[in-house]
Ligand binder design. Structure first.
Ligand code: ACO
Length: 433
């Protein structure tokens, strides 16, 4: 296409500027030349929540929010969820291509080799209070890994980076399972390297006195699918934290801890836990209209509904709904499902939600499945963080290899006082605070 530029007229000075378009975007730095005079700083862009700002170029995940499309490295999420395993998808996300049979075998062996954690990490985890939230324990323990692997600081070395990636993907289910056992006061169950990634995780969670844990294959597969669906989602709040912290060349453990901290919020990955609380609060199908009325009146949100990018159905929610059927065949139906389905139907036909393009997101049904599988609601966001670690690490690698990236350092529009002088204590009057 020729003439990929914008012509901007500054009505303050009547000057005209021709600004190139880069892949359909304006480079914010090209606006800086627009000044009223030589002293002027120049025009900046203002976008507090990144509503219309691309912070990077990425070839990992493609989303078309209007059409409800999600692809990893070009492959539709529906095909990946149906035909692949989580570790196969992890390889694809991290390295850009599907593994061959031998590559996959080697990859699974490498990850499995890193599932054990240092005994001192176990001791560190023992120090958490009995009722500590598992997400708080997970975030802190991931950050603590940084102190166990000082070599991780050498982030410019590709081999060192690869080793930390293996360690993080291998160890995060172990740490996650230990947070769960800790909260129940149960002894930790060590990894069983004969099992698949999800089966081993289930074993570390639920193994009691039996010599070998036998996971239900349908439940292990459902968890694998849920992990595939959560593995990456381009530049969301958590990934942005990973990139922002990673851009200072901090090691991948503290950067992953920052990303997990961002994920823990109720507007992000913490929403799945909130959905369950909301369904409990509603309690019965008959009380849905009153609840919807309350939300429309501005009292709270319908948790698990709405998305910054998807303004059509979230494709992950559709796959999760199918996976739920398989889980319920084994576990029996979660009684909350009836409330959730009725709530979804009422919301989808309500003018308020239609007008704002609010649809169920990934978190709406995931919590219901997790609960049916035996997870406590406090574990839901931890279950999100395990697979998302793969996406965070792929994004981190991409950031470090991108010659355009520098330390993330936004500008601000200062709204405070002009210069003023300190008044001596005796002359100050109490301020309002
Ligand atoms: N329930 C009721 N109203 C809602 C909801 C909701 N779940 N979500 C958005 N709205 C309303 C807003 O109040 C706003 O209304 P207004 O125009 O009258 O002011 C309008 O819809 C637009 O919403 P925004 O908050 O501007 O949308 P934004 O893109 O900033 O937020 C978000 C997206 C945070 C996901 C929001 O929809 C939300 O809070 N949802 C509930 C929490 C949730 O489920 N989060 C998980 C998201 S998926 C994930 O992170 C993994």
């Amino acid at each position: 296409m020729s003439n990929e530029t914008l012509t901007i007229t500054d009505n303050r000075t009547k000057k005209t500027y021709e600004v190139p378009l880069f892949k359909g975007a304006v480079r914010a730095m090209d606006l800086r030349q627009i000044k009223t005079d030589a002293e002027d700083f120049g025009v900046m862009s203002y976008d507090p929540a990144f509503m219309n700002t691309a912070s990077c170029q990425s070839s990992i995940t493609y989303i078309n929010g209007d059409k409800g499309i999600l692809r990893y490295r070009g492959y539709p999420i529906e095909q990946l969820a149906e035909q692949c395993t989580f570790l196969e998808v992890a390889y694809l996300i991290l390295f850009g291509e599907m593994p061959s049979e031998t590559q996959l075998k080697d990859w699974v062996r490498e990850i499995t080799h890193h599932t054990m954690i240092h005994e001192n990490i176990k001791k560190f985890m023992d120090g958490f209070h009995y009722d500590a939230h598992p997400m708080g324990m997970l975030v802190s323990t991931i950050a603590a890994l940084s102190t166990f692997y000082p070599d991780a600081k050498n982030i410019q070395d590709a081999q060192v980076r690869r080793l930390q990636i293996l360690r993080l993907i291998g160890k995060i289910p172990t740490i996650a399972a230990f947070t769960y056992r800790h909260s129940l006061g149960l002894p930790y169950a060590y990894p069983d390297n004969d099992l698949s990634y999800t089966e081993n995780f289930m074993s570390m969670l639920w193994k009691m006195a039996e010599p070998k844990f036998a996971a239900n294959p349908a439940l292990a597969r459902a968890l694998d699918i849920l992990f595939i669906l959560h593995a990456d989602h381009e530049q969301n709040c958590g990934t942005n934290a990973m990139r922002s912290v990673g851009s200072s060349f901090a090691d991948p453990y503290v950067a992953t801890a920052a990303a997990a901290a961002a994920l823990s919020g109720p507007l992000h990955g913490g929403a799945n836990e909130e959905v369950l609380k909301m369904l409990d609060e509603i309690g019965h199908v008959d009380r849905i209209p009153a609840f919807i009325k309350q939300v429309k009146g501005g009292k709270g949100k319908l948790m698990g509904f709405g998305h910054r990018v998807y303004k059509n159905y979230d494709p992950r929610a559709r796959i999760i709904k199918q996976a739920a059927e398989e889980v319920f065949k084994v576990t029996g139906k979660n009684p909350k499902l009836d409330i959730a389905i009725a709530l979804e139907q009422i919301a989808l036909h309500d003018e308020y939600f239609i007008k704002r393009k609010l649809y169920p997101n990934v978190d709406f049904y995931s919590g219901i499945i997790y609960q049916a599988m035996g997870f406590k609601p406090e574990m839901f966001t931890v279950l999100f963080a395990i697979p998302r670690t793969v996406g965070w690490l792929a994004q981190w690698q991409e950031l470090l290899q991108d010659p355009e990236q520098k330390i993330a350092r936004p500008r601000q529009i200062y709204t405070g006082y002009e210069k003023r002088d300190v008044v001596p204590m005796a002359k100050r009057t109490p301020c309002k605070n």
